[in-house]
Design a protein around this ligand. Sequence first.
Ligand SMILES: Nc1ncnc2c1ncn2[C@@H]1O[C@H](COP(=O)(O)OP(=O)(O)O)[C@@H](O)[C@H]1O
Ligand SMILES: [Mg+2]
Length: 282
Amino acid sequence: MIQVDHVYHDYEGKGIYAVSDISFTVQSGKVFGFLGPSGAGKSTVQNIMTGLLPVQRGEVRYDQYSVKALRTKFFNRIGVSFEQPNVYARLTGYENLKYFAALFSAPTCDPMELLDSVGLREAANKKAGEYSKGMRQRLTLARALLNKPEYLFLDEPTSGLDPATAASVRELIKAQRDRGAAVFLTTHNMELADSLCDTVAFLYGGKIAAMDSPDALKRRYGKRLVTVAYQEGESERVAAFDMDHREALVAFLAQNNPITIHSQEATLEEIFLLVTGKELTA
Ligand SMILES: Nc1ncnc2c1ncn2[C@@H]1O[C@H](COP(=O)(O)OP(=O)(O)O)[C@@H](O)[C@H]1O
Ligand SMILES: [Mg+2]
């Protein structure tokens, strides 16, 4: 379990906080998602948790141990995938994993099996510099999984990936969760968060604006929407209405040819907008 307790961070020591009063818990076998637009402070929090930035105020604990007191050996137990792919362009995918595996003083996975699991077996002997952005991203992810980490940090693991690749990354993360890893994920991809996270925290302006399971957030904040599928000429179309403004729905039904009517919960994206007043994909 990772416990983040009232953490603040001021990069320049001028009393301007990039993040403030951040508290949450990441449990083993669960995925915790940090959601927020660019500049919200997601990477700052990940960097404090993984010891890249000092804990200026507050506390981060792994089980009962403060991150401030952790020895180098502890880093055998965590896996980190950064926002920017960090692999050697002149080494092949396979050589990269071999190289990084050797840095651990703990058992590591077979590089070829890992490459296979991220869909890079065919490209194993190609230089990482010749990989596409999505391939480099998957290699970075494979690198983070080398030591079968108990604590896995993934910063924007699907940014810039096509939907099929993003879906395969999602399955990989699920497998890590299922083997018992505590997963800390930062993303501005609401669908990923919704389908993967046990708990999500909305981060905006360096503060947590809301935090709960996706379902609970939808129950608490989600206004119910009504969607109407209707016939227009030869094609079937969909229109959405807010239950709080039923007159528009009634007028629409009177003038159109409805096929089906569904009420549905608002999406996390809409709830983020409701809670913070800001769109997520900025
Ligand atoms: N090294 C740094 N020095 C000064 N300010 C920084 C630094 N890194 C990030 N910031 C600022 O901290 C805030 C949060 O940034 P970041 O954690 O990178 O957000 P996110 O990952 O959500 O996009 C932003 O206002 C950013 O400009
Ligand atoms: Mg970031």
